[in-house]
Design a protein around this ligand. Structure first.
Ligand code: C2E
Ligand code: CA
Ligand code: CA
Length: 904
């Protein structure tokens, strides 16, 4: 017999391209795929299973069981034949199949006899490879087994699709790491600046003080106290409390009112203030010292009310004396010439010749004589942005509108950087027409002072943690832009954001992790908006974004979607991968308000609404929303009351065991009989309870109530209680289960806790340990809503669940082959694990038949019964437990509905 080479599929080029695009070849093993392989090996009792991908000249094994090699040449691959067709390829005995009889894998090791491979077919129709099972003995393979194998292959395909999504997530993660490095760098730079600032203060002999408004004393650093005339031990590091009255006594009486006015103005306008004033010299010495004092108002992050003033004082007496001398007479100038620290200049206005002192030139890094003694040197060195102002101030003085020329501006140094200087000057010679002929003046380097000022200004305008602008900036920017909008210049939008689950991260991983999270989120927000948009942190986990220019509301929703996506990407907090979400409220100007206050209030209302609707959601403000939000806030309040006053109820929905045709227990479902609003469904109040933390006492109440009710039921009837993810994140769940069992006397195995996959996603190790402890008590654990989340088979393998509940969305679509295949596969795996499978939400007899056929063990749904009050549940137990009667009840379902509603 000749050698058989597998033919190529018709779409081979396209197929290979799709395979390579997935970037799955030669990747490390993954639990999801391994889980399918080991499940298949157990299900069919075969020694070898593979997830094989067919590459250009090889087959490569993504997952394998019972095989050590990573792949084989394509020529030898059975799977290369299996991908020619959509149906599974079954070879019951390879020695009798001419395609394989001479294959070295048959004639030699491992001695393949039986092979069954189901192709992995992507939605696009591409067949990547197979899920296959292999035996060294010939076997027969039934039609049912073939279907089962194909079902498992569907799961592999689902995981490949997931892999594609993970690629995208990974790309985002890498992006985030880069962003994080940038933040670290920025932080380091900030620390260095802070250090520099401190050194600068020391060098400049600066005094620092802070005053808690409302208190009578101001706390002064030693230097500051010394400047105010107090005697301070040299080298002392102790801060000194000085009362306001004491301080006022030291201030020059002519300056006191001015300083106080500056405080008041700063408090009113929320600005950094700067004043120069005189204080008396210490006892015994005459005269005054000049202080230049900067202050910054610190506000309470929550209330916005001013709480403190922090300030910095510089002794500028020397400068004042120098200036006064200069301005008084040319004779004094000669004296000043000797003082040396300031640069001096003398300009002959008629010729343009300027004498620049040596110091003037060295101040800028030049050698004396290096600068051309002409006014054009000054024009050339002055910063182009400052030149016009300097010239206009000169002109004011020349034309008699000012007594002297005083100007702060930047000058280019030889090294090319800019220094800030304070220039002062005065005309000393005029002609007969009072036109100026000559002006002389000083040059003082104020770069350090400017740096301090800028730093203080920066602190006043930015959030210390994230470096984003703060409320003050936010208010100013919004006010400015809205004023323009009111004048008919375009539209703007305000987005208010609030993080979901931030508190949980803060509580479980600690504040440093919380801070890290806020910084990372801030960076993501910044990276997502345009440069012209303003992102601010309002405090806590609240952010706001001003979009100053908007052509269409659609742009705001697009931005909100991008923001939600950016925030929702996984975050690495010191090795912990967590995800948070965000909700966004949007208000548009001018439509939803023309003033910052209304616009902000309305965006906030929209935010509240977005949070109420679902997590990770955005919402535009609409007229009438205020009322709705108020209602919801009231609901939250009322819920708090109801928790305290036993205002909730449990209803019980029976669970039918198909094999025994009887009711085996009930699921407890919470209801809130509201005094005015009627019965409120859990979907409406559970999320609210989770958000506010009320779910903890509420969940504990449900456990006690359900256990004590179940204790009154006969026989072994079980009760299932839903446990929220939030209950796992807070302490006390185990204690509450124990005390519920103890108080009711219910046998632990009659209690089932229903949890969803989301419980296992975050901090899985701790949760799994907790589940094991609960299970050791005898309590049973059910995996609820299977099929709605990740539905990863690996979750099933991480914890031995007693029960898997397939979500009703799957049951609703059970006629769809994909959904049906997954239900069958879950049943297969559950059987393997010794778990029962409940089909949820069975409403029709067709669904009932389908889930029975697919092998579900239990059924829950309106077909059997709606949830019943405790009383009706007891009656139900008494009356019937058989399926036939359940069918009968179906005919009376309408009636029963009404009944339930009334009972409720
Ligand atoms: P769940 O755990 O999936 O509960 C099943 C839900 O499906 C119940 O809704 C039930 O009334 C409904 N259902 C049952 N059979 C059918 C059917 O044939 N068709 C349809 N369309 N629906 C059916 P319910 O009572 O509104 O509860 C909704 C969710 O609220 C529950 O979903 C559960 O996640 C949560 N919940 C209810 N009680 C509690 C509780 O005590 N604690 C916690 N944490 N969550 C609870
Ligand atoms: Ca449930
Ligand atoms: Ca469920």
């Amino acid at each position: 017999m000749g050698k058989h080479v597998p033919p190529l599929p018709l779409n081979e080029t396209e197929r290979l391209a799709a395979l390579h695009d997935l970037r799955i070849l030669d990747t490390a093993p993954e639990a999801h795929f391994d889980a399918v392989c080991s499940t298949a090996a157990a299900l069919f009792s075969v020694p070898m299973t593979l997830v094989s991908l067919i590459d250009i000249d090889r087959q490569w094994f993504k997952a394998k069981c019972g095989i050590t090699v990573d792949g084989t040449p394509r020529d030898l691959a059975f799977c290369a034949y299996a991908i020619l067709n959509d149906d599974a390829l079954v070879v019951e005995d390879a020695t009798t199949d001419p395609r394989f009889a001479n294959n070295p894998l048959v004639t030699g090791e491992p001695g393949i006899r039986f092979y069954a491979g189901a192709p992995l077919v992507l939605r696009s129709g591409i067949r990547l490879g197979t899920l296959c099972i292999i035996d060294t003995k010939p076997r027969s393979f039934s039609e049912a087994q073939r279907t089962q194998l194909e079902d498992l292959a569907e799961i592999v395909v689902a995981h490949i699709e997931l892999h594609r999504k993970q690629l995208a997530v990974q790309a985002a993660l890498e992006e985030r790491t880069r962003a994080q490095e940038d933040i670290l760098k920025a932080r380091k730079a900030l620390e260095e600046t802070t250090d520099l600032l401190r050194l600068a203060q020391e060098a400049a002999g600066a005094g620092i003080w802070h005053w808690s408004l409302g208190e009578d004393v101001v706390r002064n650093s030693p230097e500051s106290a010394r400047m105010l005339g107090f005697s301070v031990e040299p080298g002392s590091a102790d801060w000194i409390d000085i009362s306001k009255a004491e301080w006022a006594e030291w201030v020059h009486p002519d300056d006191l009112a001015m300083v106080r006015a500056a405080h008041v103005a700063a408090l009113r306008d929320d600005t950094v203030y700067k004043v120069e004033y005189r204080v008396r010299l210490p006892e015994g010495s005459d005269g005054y010292r000049w202080l230049m004092s900067f202050g910054r108002i610190i506000r309470d992050a929550e209330t916005g009310r001013p709480t403190r003033i922090v300030g910095l004082d510089l002794d500028v007496t020397e400068r004042h004396t120098t200036q006064e001398s200069l301005i008084k007479s040319e004779a004094r100038l000669a004296l000043a010439l000797d003082s040396g620290s300031d640069g001096l200049w003398d300009w002959d206005i008629t010729t343009g010749h300027v004498w620049y002192s040596d110091r003037w030139q060295t101040m800028l890094g030049y050698m004396p004589g290096e600068i051309e003694p002409h006014i054009r040197s000054w024009t050339d060195l002055t910063h182009p942005d400052d030149l016009q102002q300097a010239q206009s101030l000169l002109k004011d003085h020349f034309e008699g509108r000012s007594d002297s020329y005083v100007c702060e501006h930047r000058v280019r140094t030889k090294a090319g950087a800019y220094s800030w200087i304070l220039a002062r000057g005065r005309v000393v010679a005029w002609n007969e027409q009072r036109a100026p002929l000559r002006i002389v003046g000083t040059y003082i380097d104020i770069t350090e002072r400017k740096a301090v000022e800028e730093r203080i200004a920066h602190i006043a305008c930015h959030d210390a943690l994230t470096g984003l602008p703060n409320r003050t900036v936010f208010r100013e920017q919004l006010k400015r832009r809205l004023a323009e909008v009111r004048r008919g210049r375009g539209q703007a939008a305000l987005l208010c954001l609030d993080l979901d689950r931030f508190k949980t991260v803060n509580d479980t991983l600690g504040h440093p992790a919380g801070d890290d999270l806020l910084c990372q989120i801030a960076a993501r927000l910044r990276a997502t908006v345009r440069d012209s948009d303003v992102v601010v942190r309002l405090g806590g986990d609240e952010f706001a974004i001003i979009v100053p220019h908007l052509d269409h509301p659609h742009q705001a929703s697009k931005l909100a979607e991008r923001l939600i996506d950016a925030v929702g990407q996984p975050l690495d907090l010191g090795g912990h991968l967590v995800t948070v979400g965000t909700s966004i409220g949007i208000a548009l100007a001018p439509g939803n308000g023309g003033t910052p206050e209304t616009l902000f209030k309305n965006a906030d209302i929209a935010l509240y609404r977005a949070k109420a609707a679902a997590r990770n959601n955005y919402c535009f403000y609409e007229a009438g929303m205020d009322a709705a939000v108020e209602t919801r806030m009231r609901l939250e309040l009322e819920m708090r009351e109801a928790v305290m006053c036993d205002g909730f109820a449990l209803h019980y929905q029976p669970v039918l065991r198909l094999s025994e045709d009887r009711i085996i227990g009930f699921e407890a479902l919470m209801r809130w009989p509201h005094p005015t609003r009627g019965m409120i469904a859990p979907d409406e109040f559970i999320p609210l309870a989770e958000e506010s933390g009320l779910i903890v006492p509420l969940g504990s109440w449900a456990l006690h109530e359900a256990c004590s009710e179940a204790a009154s039921w006969p026989g072994e009837l079980t009760v299932a209680v839903n446990v929220s993810t939030v209950q796992f994140q807070r302490p006390g769940l185990e204690q509450s289960v124990l005390s519920a069992l103890e108080a009711s006397g219910l046998a632990p195995h009659r209690l089932i806790l229903e949890i969803t996959e989301s419980v296992l996603v975050q901090d899985a190790e701790a949760v799994i340990a907790c589940l094991h402890r609960l299970r050791n008590l005898g309590v049973r654990i059910a995996l609820d809503d299977f099929g709605t989340g990740y539905s990863s088979l690996s979750y099933l393998r991480r914890f031995p669940f007693d029960k898997i509940k397939i979500d009703r969305t799957f049951i609703r679509e059970i006629s769809d082959p994909g959904a049906a295949a997954i239900v069958r596969a879950v049943v297969g795996i559950a059987t393997q694990l010794g778990a029962t499978v409940t089909a949820e939400g069975v409403e029709t007899t067709e669904q009932f038949e389908q889930v029975r056929q697919k092998g579900c063990t239990d059924v829950q749904g309106y077909l059997v019964s709606r949830p019943l009050t405790a009383e009706k549940a007891a009656e139900f137990i008494g009356s019937s437990t058989s399926t036939e009667q359940a069918y009968e009840r179906l005919c009376g379902a309408e009636r029963q509905d009404q009944h339930c509603a009334c009972a409720a």
